[in-house]
Design a protein around this ligand. Structure first.
Ligand SMILES: [Zn+2]
Ligand SMILES: [Zn+2]
Ligand SMILES: [Zn+2]
Ligand SMILES: [Zn+2]
Ligand SMILES: [Zn+2]
Ligand SMILES: [Zn+2]
Length: 391
């Protein structure tokens, strides 16, 4: 069964069934075909452990429950909405019918819903009326007729059905029962009809089962089918079929545990994959962070290098400028002195000073202007360029 929290509808297990019953006029009473009543407008309040009778998708009551090949039960409404997908919305098993609507009705759950409705009427019903005379208060309920009966009509019923085993119960007693008890006890006795076309309509009740035809037969059909005899009793056949299902279901338990183990393995694998991805993401992040830190440090070093080189170049240039400026001043001074010697010097002065001046001028003659800008060429950043390239 699905976990109880899915089924929770805020009802204690003892709360009564709820729905449209309280407002429904009692005179209509439950008809033999209670399963044809329309679904309630409000979500039904079915006791938690009886929620299995509802559609497994919308959790609503429905008179048209279909049983899918995966054995999930869905209402016609949910299947119609689901049509273009063509698979069970719970377990994704494909629905073989092209219409998207399975052929098999879940008669069991539909009938249980109808019986739960009757139970609800018994539990809640004040002034339940007889289904036959419509006037007197109901005292009895016959599970075979699915009718409430007053004392008078019950007497008629007993007289009419005395040959058949119609087990009518006092409404008062039923009211004291739990829903489970009611469902179990209100199970109809064997009312299988003959499987031969036409015989069911004529009400041929079947109590015989032919193993060769795999069919329920009425007495007259059994007489015609004499070459397949001996037949078995229909009850032992239904018993056998029940047991067959129980045995198969028990056998599937082992398979189920192996599927559960695989499910666990797959989940562990998925978790591991998730973990590995998380770790890889973290590793990438850390590594990149480290690289960024390294690159930032290199940036600072290179900028520092450029700064230092720039300072060095600036100083060299300044020295150069000073030297050239000095030479120019000397030339200016020598020109001026030669001019003054020429203008004003006595012969004695010429004789004394000329060799000294000549030496100085010869020295000036030796001087060459520095080759323009051969020191601080861009080539000086070669180291920086190389290190940038290496990054
Ligand atoms: Zn539904
Ligand atoms: Zn399914
Ligand atoms: Zn009556
Ligand atoms: Zn009856
Ligand atoms: Zn047969
Ligand atoms: Zn028959």
């Amino acid at each position: 069964p699905p976990p109880s929290h899915v089924l929770q509808r805020g009802l204690s297990p003892t709360s009564h069934l709820d729905g449209d019953g309280a407002a429904a006029p009692m005179e209509t009473g439950p008809q033999p075909s209670t399963s044809s009543c329309s679904p309630p407008a409000h979500p039904p309040a079915v006791e938690d452990d009886l929620q299995f009778v509802l559609c497994e998708r919308c959790r609503q009551e429905s008179p048209n429950l279909k049983l899918l090949t995966c054995l999930h039960t869905l209402c016609f409404g949910c299947l119609s909405e689901n049509k273009p997908i063509g698979q069970c919305p719970v377990c994704q098993t494909a629905i073989p019918q092209a219409s998207g609507i399975p052929d098999m009705d879940n008669l069991l759950f539909t009938n249980l819903q109808a019986r739960l409705k009757i139970y609800k009427k018994i539990r809640d019903g004040q002034g339940l009326n007889c289904c036959r005379c419509r006037g007197a208060a109901a005292a009895m309920w016959c599970s075979e007729c699915e009718e409430f009966l007053c004392t008078k009509c019950f007497e008629d019923h007993q007289w009419f059905f005395k040959k058949k085993s119609h087990e009518a119960k006092r409404v008062e007693d039923l009211r004291a029962e739990s829903a489970h008890q009611f469902l179990e006890e209100s199970r109809k006795s064997c009312n299988l009809f003959c499987s031969r076309p036409g015989h069911a309509d004529q009400g041929h009740i079947s109590s015989i089962y032919c193993n060769k035809c795999e069919k329920a037969l009425c007495c007259s059909c059994a007489l015609l089918d004499s070459q397949h005899a001996p037949f078995c009793d229909i009850h032992s056949e239904t018993q056998r079929r029940q047991e067959e299902l129980v045995t198969m279901s028990r056998g599937l338990k082992q398979k189920r545990s192996s599927f559960e183990a695989t499910f666990e393995v797959l989940q562990t694998e998925a978790a591991r994959l998730e973990q590995a991805q998380r770790e890889m993401r973290e590793l990438i992040r850390q590594h990149v962070e480290q690289l960024v830190r390294l690159i930032r440090r290199e940036e600072e070093e290179l900028l520092g290098l450029v700064e230092a080189r720039q300072e060095q170049s600036r100083q060299e240039l300044e020295r150069e400028v000073q030297r050239v400026e000095g030479v120019l001043r000397r030339m200016e001074a020598s020109e001026r002195l030669v001019e003054k010697v020429n203008l004003y010097a006595t012969e004695q002065e010429v004789m004394d000073m000329q060799p000294f001046i000549k030496d100085s001028l010869e020295e000036l003659q030796q001087l060459q202007p520095p080759v323009a800008r051969d020191r601080a060429q861009p080539g000086d950043f070669a180291e920086c360029r190389a290190r940038l390239q290496a990054l």
